[in-house]
Structure formats: structure tokens, C-alpha cells
Design a binder for this molecule. Structure first.
Ligand SMILES: Nc1ncnc2c1ncn2[C@@H]1O[C@H](COP(=O)(O)OP(=O)(O)OP(=O)(O)O)[C@@H](O)[C@H]1O
Length: 295
């Protein structure tokens, strides 16, 4: 995918099974929104193949669209409408696509309850706070009870309670077998809600795996801190195998070490390391082989 002469996506190869919650991570400008927009059918890639729910999104029929929910980064429209009014109108578009298994649209009051806006159903949209507005964005994406939901930075601007609500909502939707692709810059959020993380950098997916897989396979060492009881001295060691190191130290210096702290590389450390190496043009072959392992 290129914008003019600028190639944004080059080696994006991914397969997402039904019901998976996937977080797409990557630095600003990496092409996350572009990827999501291609999958949504809003942009056409210059080359390659895309299939979403069995169909090429660029030529998808209306019934396909009813099965897909989209929460954009910002949606600034309909300011004078009331919250419930907008959901009723948007929901009506989905009614023809109800099936015996899936009632469409989602009942407005139930949906507002679910996203934490039950007390605001009569409020004018331009009088909602930023966080309430974000909850409404999520409700708009859900009103058709999608099988597949795209969430572009769903919790940006939300307070901790709002973030927790969105995370709980993602977990509930995952229980209902909804497939979710979300973009975020918040690694703690990605780790909490996603089954699988994809890191996009330099136009390619450079890492692909569960949060634990990425952390375990990509972190090269843990930080071990020891405080010596007699001298009060604190020493810090970077250890690839902290268990073996601690066993050795605690046996040799029995009773001397007062405090032991082991800090595994955080997901953030791993992420920053991968992105730095991808952007520097390092060979990330070992990470690509991780993709093979984790698939
Ligand atoms: N319509 C456009 N025309 C030209 N260039 C574009 C267009 N949209 C995006 N780009 C460029 O393509 C690259 C990828 O943008 P994209 O918005 O997909 O990145 P992103 O990973 O979503 O970034 P962010 O984390 O900042 O939201 C950026 O360099 C951006 O400047």
C-alpha cells in the first residue's frame, strides 16, 4: 500500500481466526490505521489479497457491512442529536440484517447500559464529555451486533473507569465469539485485552504472538537486584537466566542477601526493542520465525 511514492505497507501477512482479540501495535505513522481501513473496505491496497469474513472488503455487499462494526478514532457529527436518537437511527440500518441467531440492532437502552451511558440517553451529543463521547463511539460500532469489530484506539481520552468499562466490554464481546481487531498505543491495555499482539514497523509485521510469547521469547535478560545485609550495598545484574543466578548467589552468600528483586523485561521493553531494531533495518529473522512458531 502506497500513498503516492511512499510505500506504507509492504509485508503484511496475517490470518485472524474467528473469535480472536488481536491488538495491532506500532509507532506513529507505522500504518495501523491504513491496515485497518483496508480491512474495513475504506481503502484499496495497490497490490495483494485481502479477505474479511470471506469477502474482498473493497467489493463487499451491504449485508457484509452489517456484520462488521467500526469504531473510528474520532467521530464528530450530529452534535445536536440526542444520544439514544442517534443510536436508534443508526440501528435501524441494521434491522434488515437480523437473523434468527442475531437480533439486529442491539436494543438501545441495553446497549447504553452496557457502555455506561444509561444516564445520558436524552443528552445532546455535543454536551457529552470527551470520555462519554468515546463511549458513544463504541456504542455506534456495536449497534449492529457485529461479528467482527474494528476498534481504533478505543480508550484514548477515557478515565480509568471508562477504560475499565471498554476492557470489560471487549472481554464480554470476546465471550460472544466476536472477532476484534484493535489498535492502541497502550501496551498494558493490549496485554490485558488481546489474545495476540501484532507489531507493525517499517511496513511489515515484525512480531506476532501472545503477550507472554513475545515477552518470553524476545526478552534476553531480566534485571536482578540484590541488597547485601552486611554492607547495605545494592547490586544490579542483567541475567539471561535469573533462576540459576539466584540459586548460585543465595547458596554462596547464605544469609547475607536481604532483598532480592527480579524484574522480567516488560512488554514495553520488548516492544521498544523490536521497533528500534525494525526501524534501524536490523534483520528481524528471529522474530519472523517466532511468527511461524506461534501460528
Ligand atoms: N491519506 C493519506 N495520504 C498520504 N499519506 C497518508 C495518508 N494517510 C496516511 N498517510 C501516511 O501513511 C503513513 C501511515 O499512516 P497511518 O495513519 O496508517 O499510521 P498509524 O500507524 O495509524 O499512525 P498513528 O499511530 O499516528 O495513528 C504515515 O506516514 C502517514 O503520514
Amino acid at each position: 500500500m502506497a500513498y503516492g511514492a511512499k510505500v506504507v505497507l509492504d509485508a503484511v501477512d496475517l490470518d485472524i481466526p474467528r473469535g480472536q482479540v488481536v491488538a495491532l501495535l506500532g509507532p506513529n505513522g507505522a500504518g495501523k490505521t491504513t491496515t485497518v481501513e483496508i480491512l474495513e473496505g475504506f481503502r484499496r491496497p495497490g497490490a495483494g489479497e485481502v479477505e474479511v469474513l470471506g469477502v474482498d472488503p473493497a467489493h463487499a455487499p451491504e449485508a457484509w457491512r452489517a456484520r462488521v462494526g467500526v469504531v473510528l478514532q474520532s467521530w464528530r457529527d450530529h452534535g445536536t442529536w440526542r444520544v439514544a436518537e442517534l443510536l436508534e437511527v443508526m440501528g435501524a440500518y441494521y434491522a434488515p440484517y437480523a437473523t434468527p441467531e442475531v437480533q439486529r440492532p442491539w436494543d438501545t437502552e441495553e446497549l447504553l447500559e452496557r457502555v455506561g451511558l444509561a444516564d445520558h440517553h436524552r443528552q445532546r451529543i455535543d454536551r457529552l464529555s470527551g470520555g462519554q463521547r468515546r463511549r458513544l463511539d463504541v456504542a455506534i460500532g456495536l449497534v449492529g451486533r457485529p461479528e467482527l469489530l474494528f476498534l481504533d484506539e478505543p480508550t484514548t481520552g477515557l478515565d480509568p473507569a471508562g477504560r475499565r468499562d471498554v476492557h470489560d466490554l471487549v472481554a464480554d464481546l470476546a465471550d460472544l465469539d466476536t472477532t476484534i481487531l484493535l489498535t492502541t498505543h497502550d501496551l498494558a491495555e493490549a496485554e490485558k485485552v488481546a489474545d495476540r499482539l501484532l507489531i507493525l514497523a517499517g511496513g511489515a509485521i515484525v512480531a506476532d504472538g501472545s503477550p507472554d510469547e513475545l515477552r518470553l521469547q524476545l526478552s534476553r535478560s531480566s534485571e536482578v537486584r540484590l541488597r547485601d545485609l552486611t554492607t547495605g550495598e545494592v547490586s544490579v545484574h542483567a541475567e539471561p537466566d535469573p533462576t540459576a543466578y539466584l540459586t548460585e548467589v543465595l547458596t554462596a552468600r547464605r544469609g547475607e542477601v536481604q532483598v532480592v528483586e527480579v524484574r522480567a523485561a516488560s512488554l514495553e521493553d520488548v516492544y521498544l526493542d523490536i521497533v528500534r531494531r525494525a526501524e534501524a533495518g536490523d534483520d528481524l529473522g528471529s522474530l519472523r520465525s517466532l511468527q511461524e512458531v506461534t501460528r
